[in-house]
Design a protein around this ligand. Sequence first.
Ligand SMILES: NC(=O)c1ccc[n+]([C@@H]2O[C@H](COP(=O)([O-])OP(=O)(O)OC[C@H]3O[C@@H](n4cnc5c(N)ncnc54)[C@H](O)[C@@H]3O)[C@@H](O)[C@H]2O)c1
Length: 273
Amino acid sequence: MNSNARQGVALVTGAGQGIGLGIAAALAEAGFRVALTDVNGAAAARSAADLAERGLTTLGLELDVVRAEDWARSVEAVTGRWGRLDVLVNNAGISPRGTIESTDEALWDLTLAINLKGPWLGIKTCLPRLREHRGTIVNIGSTRSTRPMPGLFPYVTSKAGLLGLTRQVAAECLPYGPTCNMVAPGWVDTPGERVIQAAHGRPDFPEGVRNLTTSEEVGAAVVYLASAAGRKVNGVILYLDSGLHLADDAGMVYLPDEVRIRYHQPQGEPGRA
Ligand SMILES: NC(=O)c1ccc[n+]([C@@H]2O[C@H](COP(=O)([O-])OP(=O)(O)OC[C@H]3O[C@@H](n4cnc5c(N)ncnc54)[C@H](O)[C@@H]3O)[C@@H](O)[C@H]2O)c1
């Protein structure tokens, strides 16, 4: 598969690094023209240029998902360049630590804005163009969408909300498309996750941890949902965690007790960074 396949046009949020970049690369390699967007415009431009150097068709754009005007400008830029929009991937997200009581209103507002309001604004803005070719929306959730974990109060709440939004969008769009699904990765080694782990005393992450999911695996799942083979899949949560969410302790079975306890403890708020 290569850029000559011309499958359509995709927009990925938070694509400057980590999972979003993995998704963008996989879509581009599958033949999509891909807009890599990020609140960090320089990172989006750099990642888009890196993929373009590999012969892939990309565009880098600055887009803060909580700003409706950024969405309008970005969708205009994408459709102005390529004439259509087929796939929207709502990947941008933050995962700050906090309990019911340690979470203040600012952290709640920030987490819910980026992780939940952002996808809604994106879907609302992109919907007219996505309808034109019966497109696809993929929201990047988490095993935490259905499996709570102490110390992740605003994150779990936002990702559970995103699952509800996913199903609601699928239901509202049944007559005319697009499809709307959630991909829910387990633990993925990304730059953002490394910052959080380091702040919690795990600078060695992910050494010794088993069953990590990779950004490439998340990308492959998104390509499947966006391709003809995935067209009948709608309104689902697709777990990518080797089934670990089935364990009683929300998939943390692979960690030694000592590490697990430390991971659960809220210390600081790295997600604000
Ligand atoms: N890493 C994991 O273990 C893991 C597991 C399950 C789900 N996820 C989800 O995957 C997604 C990506 O996570 P990651 O680990 O790659 O994170 P990351 O921090 O490495 O990358 C996130 C990217 O999103 C961008 N971003 C942040 N706020 C934004 C905003 N307001 N608008 C646009 N872009 C913004 C950042 O600049 C960054 O480039 C998130 O939604 C996260 O919740 C991650």
